[in-house]
Design a protein around this ligand. Structure first.
Ligand code: JHZ
Length: 418
């Protein structure tokens, strides 16, 4: 049964409050990513309109619809950071750099919003620091607690920041990776950072970059959980509204291209931050003209990918998908392939196996089962881990299997001819 998820549509910018917002692209009634279904189960499959807009006043790119967070971040939320080794390595390295920067300090208090299964906080705890995770999703929180990482199972808000400060004191370091873009009341979230930080404290926040999204045509990362698509131009005034300063931005590879931001109460922008902001200004990121070629590329990329899958199917190939990633929900929705074009989807996560992707209904099978005995070609939905996944599935390629990688540009990967 398909049900429209409870949602509201905004009329004013989520950051500066100006209106009206300008619509960039309507994706129609899209299934909710990460709300996997149980094959043969009685739970409804939720969908909701998905509309990308931007604010002509502060240039924040955002979704018009806000789906009820309890529906999005439900008790069986299936995303666990620890499933992807490259991501674990990224967070562990990042944690180690921050730990080194506190080597002279004692009694360091580290708070992480959207701490998931505690992957990022574990090294801080091992280094002897006080840590506290905040995350609303029951299953990853249970996993974090099992590992001994104290975690509050709530959404991070200004109210909860006050509660933490009263209970534990102010934070030396506030971490928030891949969460700011998920927050409907972004002013409340940033106000929470301002409440929680010590005078000399700092926040380190990773956010997907809008410029990388547009340059790499990563349109499939547009889904209901991602309410904001972030540029430095739109972020700087958001932080300053709450007495905080964006002092640095560094490009990192995760999730198809992100920024690692540093925010503090005092400080001047670093040279690399100024360079990145100058690049955004040069490219007119706040204007409709910046988006038009990207919107056209989405249509072309979908047409090419659909044609490539159809072509393989016409050659009698058995095709599956790989990576039941959240972003795969948008890609499959936009491809709108005929039923049966893809047989199922492989994924490494034990929390996803046996469930099905919403919309397409593709049943998720353990990644270890990918074999030439079952399929000839695979559409890679988790294209951001292409290197890792191709190297792990060398045997499938050597046996004559092939990968179709849709983003940033459709490419076929086959065994090199001898
Ligand atoms: P991955 C996630 O999006 C979830 P997703 C979330 N919605 C969000 O906001 C963004 O991150 C930022 C699997 N896999 O990490 C694991 C393999 O099967 O790109 C995952 O299911 N084999 C919170 O879900 C999926 O692919 C492998 O070798 O789009 C990747 O999902 C590897 C490396 C991964 O994020």
């Amino acid at each position: 049964m398909i049900t429209t998820a409870p949602h509201r549509s905004i009329t004013a910018c989520r950051s500066c409050g100006a209106g009206p917002l300008e619509t960039l692209m309507a994706f129609g009634q899209s299934p909710l990513a990460d709300r996997l279904t149980v094959p043969g189960g009685s739970d409804p499959e939720y969908r909701a309109p998905l509309t990308l807009c931007h604010c002509p006043a502060c240039s924040l790119c955002q979704l018009r619809e806000t789906v009820e967070p309890d529906i999005l971040f439900h008790s069986a939320y299936p995303y666990f950071s620890s499933v992807s080794p490259a991501l674990v390595a990224h967070f562990t390295d990042s944690a180690q750099c921050l730990i080194d920067s506190f080597s002279q300090a004692s009694d360091v208090f580290v708070v992480e919003a959207a701490s998931n299964d505690g992957t990022m906080l574990a090294p801080f705890q091992a280094a002897g620091h006080r840590v506290l995770g905040i995350d609303p999703a029951a299953a990853p929180v249970a996993e974090a607690r099992r590992k001994g990482i104290p975690t509050d199972q709530v959404f991070f808000t200004a109210g909860h920041a006050r509660h933490i400060r009263d209970r534990h004191g102010p934070a030396d370091l506030f971490i928030a990776n891949n969460v700011l873009a998920h927050v409907a009341d972004v002013n409340d979230f940033v106000a929470g950072i301002a409440i929680l930080l010590k005078d000399q404290g700092c926040a380190v926040i990773e956010v997907p970059s809008l410029m990388a999204l547009v340059d790499d045509c990563a349109f499939d990362t547009i889904y209901h959980q991602h309410l904001l698509y972030l540029s430095l131009t739109a972020l700087a005034p958001l932080f300053s509204r709450h007495g905080l300063v964006l002092t640095d931005a560094e490009k990192v590879w995760v999730h198809g291209g992100s920024f690692r931001l540093r925010i503090a109460r005092h400080g001047a922008p670093s040279a690399r931050l100024l360079d990145l902001m100058a690049e955004e200004a040069r490219r007119d990121m706040g204007t409709r003209a910046f988006f038009d070629p990207f919107l056209q590329r989405i249509r072309t990329l979908c047409d090419e990918t659909r044609a490539a899958v159809t072509d393989l199917a016409n050659q009698g190939m058995r095709i599956a998908a790989y990576g039941a990633a959240a972003k795969g929900t948008t890609l499959l929705h936009m491809l709108d392939l005929p039923a049966g074009a893809l047989r199922h989807v492989y994924d490494k996560s034990p929390w996803k196996a046996g469930k099905a992707m919403p919309g397409s209904g593709l049943v998720i099978r353990p990644a270890s089962e990918l074999s030439r005995d079952d399929v000839d070609a695979v559409l890679l939905l988790a294209w951001n881990f292409a290197d890792e996944i191709l190297s792990e599935n060398r045997r499938f390629l050597e046996a004559g299997g092939q990968f179709l990688i849709p983003v940033p540009k459709l490419r076929h990967v086959r065994r090199p001819t001898p």
